[in-house]
Design a protein around this ligand. Structure first.
Ligand SMILES: *Cc1c(COP(=O)(O)O)cnc(C)c1O
Length: 368
């Protein structure tokens, strides 16, 4: 085919898509992987065996239960959603964000979110033709409630999204400020509780007080990132609309069964989460003791930190050379200047990371 013809066909790709870059994932083969907020722990052996036995009975020739009824019951039984609430499931909560924007976003509509926050909010807004309006957080990554309210009044967004706790900063926004914002919004307020298992804070039990709030949850960060399962809940009227946009069999049989099984053992995940939180406090404390490092307080399973008097890019590369992968946020916005984010791993992984970090930040580069 002629190159010219080929190019003219590619010109069909919508501008909104052409201007995007695909979500980048760094190859972590052989590395200590502290970049993606994964739970580092496996399941106990007997749990794996029982799960595998259950998998044998799965009928792969059948479509999955479109409503995931058994899974819904299991989530309620585990105390992860109010009894009586309708749930809509997604292939990860990323898909739920997409469903929300396909339902209430689009040309001429706006989404407001604080920045920096989860990058997929802007990405999904862009490819659904929804205008993204980012309102800067304060310097300490707390919610700038005055600016948020001014933004909501100016833009009258169809959606406001708040990650609670926030990613990449790790903090919980002030609850009173969020309630104030909810009452200011004519549109929908989405509260993304991806890290709820670490944070002890949630809006999920208060949903009946608001007609414009939905809560998103995911099983990814609690230890099932490979499974791809998220759910949302809120007023039934909203969920009925979202359910029209959800593709009929978006959550496959293996995911449904595995999530049901895992949630029967929710205590295992809760204990792992507690362990991760204890480890996080230790990591924060050690980082705090390093002269050139400023860690930000976290209610999640990761720590955002700023390099002061050292170069974040060099620190990131130095860690990579030692097979330690964290997330480099430097350059992804001025507020994240010189910032890196490390997921809390197993104790020996955190040790390796912290040792390498302390050597890197105390090295005087000018002598090299
Ligand atoms: C990781 C993350 C998600 C995406 O989770 P998946 O369910 O794995 O798609 C959503 N929101 C926030 C804030 C996250 O950090």
């Amino acid at each position: 085919m002629s190159e010219e013809k080929d190019n003219s066909r590619l010109a069909l790709v919508r501008g909104a898509v052409q201007s995007l870059r695909a979500y980048a994932v760094t190859d972590a083969t052989g590395m200590i992987k502290l970049d993606a907020m994964e739970n580092p722990y496996q399941w106990p052996d007997d749990m794996i065996r029982t799960w595998q036995e259950q998998l044998r009975a799965v009928e792969m020739n059948r479509y999955p239960d479109p409503r995931a009824g058994a899974l819904t019951d299991r989530i309620r039984a585990a105390g992860l959603a109010p009894v009586g609430n309708t749930l809509v499931f997604g292939n990860g909560s990323d898909e739920l964000i997409q469903i929300i924007m396909l339902t209430v976003g689009g040309h001429g509509r706006k989404v407001v979110a604080p920045v920096p926050s989860f990058v997929m909010y802007e990405m999904i807004a862009r490819f659904t033709d929804t205008e993204f309006v980012g309102i800067p957080l304060r310097d300490d990554f707390t919610l700038d409630i005055e600016a948020m309210i001014a933004g909501v009044r100016e833009h009258d967004p169809a959606v406001v999204i708040l990650a609670y706790p926030n990613n990449p900063s790790g903090n919980l926004f002030d609850r009173e400020a969020m309630l104030e914002l909810i009452s200011e919004c004519n549109g929908l307020v989405v509260i993304d509780e991806a890290y709820h298992i670490f944070s002890n804070a949630s809006f999920i039990d208060d949903l009946d007080q608001y007609d414009n709030v939905v809560v998103l949850r995911t099983l990814s960060k609690m230890g099932l990132a490979g499974l791809r399962l998220g759910y949302m809940t809120g007023r039934r009227e909203w969920l009925t609309e979202f359910d029209k946009v959800r593709l009929p069999f978006n959550v496959n049989v293996l995911t449904q069964l595995t999530a049901e099984f895992a949630l029967q053992h929710y205590r295992v995940f809760q204990e792992q989460a507690d362990r991760i939180c204890r480890e996080r406090k230790r990591v924060e404390r050690i980082m705090d003791s390093l002269d050139n490092i400023i860690p930000y307080p976290s209610d999640a399973n990761f720590v955002l930190f700023r390099c002061e008097g050292c170069d974040a890019e060099e620190v990131y590369q130095g860690l990579l050379q030692q097979q330690i992968l964290i997330k480099n946020l430097h350059g992804s916005g001025t507020a994240l200047q010189n910032c890196l984010r490390a997921t809390v791993g197993k104790t020996h992984e955190n040790e390796a990371f912290l040792n390498a970090l302390s050597l890197l930040v105390t090295t005087d580069y000018s002598l090299q």
